[in-house]
Design a protein around this ligand. Sequence first.
Ligand SMILES: *[C@@H]1O[C@H](CO)[C@@H](O)[C@H](O)[C@H]1NC(C)=O
Ligand SMILES: *[C@@H]1O[C@H](CO)[C@@H](O)[C@H](O)[C@H]1NC(C)=O
Ligand SMILES: *[C@@H]1O[C@H](CO)[C@@H](O)[C@H](O)[C@H]1NC(C)=O
Length: 236
Amino acid sequence: MFLYKTHVFLIISLSSITVRAQDDELFSNLIDGGLTPMQNLKADLYEMENKEPEKVEIKLFYECLCPDCRVFDTTSLKPTVEKLAPYLNLRLYPYGNAETIEIRNGVYQFKCQHGPKECYGNKLHACVIDYMSNNTEAVFFNSCLMDSARKNNGSDDEAADECGRILGIYPGQIKYCAKHDRGMLLLKHYGDESKKAGFKYVPYILINGVENNGSKFMKDVCAAFKNPPAACAQAF
Ligand SMILES: *[C@@H]1O[C@H](CO)[C@@H](O)[C@H](O)[C@H]1NC(C)=O
Ligand SMILES: *[C@@H]1O[C@H](CO)[C@@H](O)[C@H](O)[C@H]1NC(C)=O
Ligand SMILES: *[C@@H]1O[C@H](CO)[C@@H](O)[C@H](O)[C@H]1NC(C)=O
């Protein structure tokens, strides 16, 4: 009760003088120790009100049937995301070395490196990202599609059904999306973004905008933090 009242009092007094930790530098000073009670409370408040953990941005440009993409996705990306998800800003671009052809106004067809199955698979991936609205979960679903791809030709309806079962997600809307305009427009969008990125091969991996070859992925992600999360201790 006493603590509760103290907190309320200090929240009021702090907000009335609008003391807010505005930047990372101030916050890291606060957690470095040697704090007065008032400073401790500011750190608490910062966390309560607007603290976002430091995040590293990962962009992955890929296509669903490329063997190196499958290996990277399932053996490097997924385990890293499992350990570091809250500290990552993940962006997936499932398009790769495809080609977009506008056959009439607003209607697109695609040519994919590994054929029409890959175009459909990339649409499934794009629809997963769209449907999940949580990129961590989309990485897990798409990784599962890629993993299935090692057993059969993968990232297909059968894989979507299997991954839906494994992850407890009903895949009906994802498959519907991939077969209709939404899937086409999403793939067109990822095509535009991929052309802008201007890569020559996939997987094309960017860690905070810096190209990475994926061979020591988790280690390199961890090295990109100013203050690496505890889970990074295993990466060195
Ligand atoms: C996204 O999904 C992950 C894994 O299920 C979960 O831990 C996280 O809290 C979710 N993020 C948001 C913003 O809902
Ligand atoms: C995978 O694709 C190849 C060539 O397109 C085909 O011969 C094979 O039967 C397919 N395998 C499965 C499990 O669908
Ligand atoms: C990946 O990049 C690192 C340096 O960042 C380099 O030491 C390593 O040889 C590269 N590996 C491959 C397979 O290209």
